[in-house]
Design a binder for this molecule. Structure first.
Ligand SMILES: N=c1c2ncn([C@@H]3O[C@H](COP(=O)(O)OP(=O)(O)OP(=O)(O)O)[C@@H](O)[C@H]3O)c2ncn1[C@@H]1O[C@H](COP(=O)(O)O)[C@@H](O)[C@H]1O
Length: 106
């Protein structure tokens, strides 16, 4: 079992200590444009899979997308804690809008 924090840590480790034959290293070597291309491709594959009745395909493609997104975050030096902090801010904002329907409807 690997959660997103562990995935981030192993990708960051590859960035700091390259390992021969690692696909992650290959992406870092190719650089930002290649990583962005993969994020775009994997996003499209998630959309296609979601239109398909096979639940397994959506799970597989989502895992691919999360992996490539995590490579992008490491490349851009954005941490999982940065993302969690942003989500936490929204949680606060959302609970406030629940008390203010005029904002929720915007
Ligand atoms: N979670 C993943 C993961 N998900 C997908 N992939 C790789 O992503 C690639 C995507 O396949 P595609 O067919 O889309 O691409 P491709 O045709 O092989 O390659 P491109 O020429 O398109 O770049 C495959 O080679 C997968 O093995 C991953 N590679 C690594 N990880 C994790 O990343 C960490 C570091 O692993 P290494 O890359 O082995 O160092 C470990 O925790 C791994 O479990």
């Amino acid at each position: 079992m690997q959660d997103l924090d562990e995935l981030y840590a192993s990708i960051l480790k590859r960035k700091q200590a390259p390992k021969a034959g690692s696909y992650t290293d290959y992406l870092f070597d190719k650089g930002l444009d290649k990583i962005l291309k993969k994020v775009g491709e994997e996003s499209t594959e998630v959309i296609v899979a979601a239109k398909n009745p096979k639940r397994d395909e959506l799970i597989y493609e989502t895992a691919d997308l999360l992996y490539h997104l995590t490579v992008l975050l490491v490349e851009k030096q954005v941490s999982m804690d940065d993302i969690k902090a942003e989500l936490a801010k929204r949680e606060g904002l959302l609970s406030k809008t629940q008390d203010r329907p005029e904002i929720k409807d915007l």
